[in-house]
Ligand binder design. Structure first.
Ligand code: ZN
Length: 209
């Protein structure tokens, strides 16, 4: 996958927000006007996703040692939730399950990818800064600098070893979701100023709720 993928592919959350020119990762697919049904489905999905302040988001997930039908069901459920939330990636910790599973789909037509116990095997020296959002941080977009190319080893949902060579948005999404499995959020990977601004957005959203 290359960097020509539409970088808006995120889950933006806030319909009033201007579409972010560079929103990456979880938030906002490029749908400027969502129909009410889509919005309702998205909001219902977001309600099931843990948001900032929930300690589970700061927990390091444990390794998965059993790949069975129950896990495959979980992959399917996470895929549905991610789609409904208009996200392109979701980590198990974001739904309160503290084990090393993530799902993603960078292009709408692609099959859902599930990575179990992913390990970063290699990352290129070239990095790129891009705005990212996160389903667990509604309304927040911050710039995150990440390697453009990565190679990740994992197991798929059938327990088969896989190697993913990813670039651009796909590499970014995988790194973002792998961070979740270590309790790391985009707030930890951005500048002090952007973190401050993001914290204000989160505080305001919490007060409004
Ligand atoms: Zn996230």
């Amino acid at each position: 996958m290359s960097t020509d993928t539409d970088p808006h592919a995120d889950t933006g959350l806030d319909p009033e927000l201007e579409p972010q020119p560079e929103a990456g990762v979880e938030p906002e697919r490029p749908e400027p006007e969502l129909d009410p049904e889509t919005v309702a489905r998205r909001d219902a999905a977001l309600a099931q996703i843990r948001s900032f302040g929930d300690p589970v988001l700061r927990t390091k997930a444990r390794k998965i040692d059993r790949i069975d039908d129950a896990l495959r069901d979980e992959v399917e459920r996470m895929g549905r939730l991610m789609d409904d939330a208009l996200g392109v990636g979701l980590a198990a910790t974001q739904v309160g399950v503290v084990h090393r599973l993530l799902v993603y789909r960078v292009q709408q037509q692609s099959p859902l990818a599930a990575l179990i116990n992913p390990e970063l095997e290699w990352s290129g020296r070239d990095t790129e800064a891009m705005e990212e959002g996160c389903l667990s941080l509604p309304g927040v977009h911050v710039e995150v600098d990440r390697p453009i190319h990565v190679r990740v080893r994992a197991l798929n949902e059938f327990g088969e070893p896989i190697v993913i060579e990813a670039s651009g948005l796909e590499a970014r999404v995988i790194q973002h979701e792998m961070d979740h499995l270590d309790g790391v959020l985009i707030l930890d990977r951005t500048s002090r100023d952007q973190r401050k601004e993001a914290m204000r957005t989160l505080r305001e959203a919490q007060q409004a709720a």
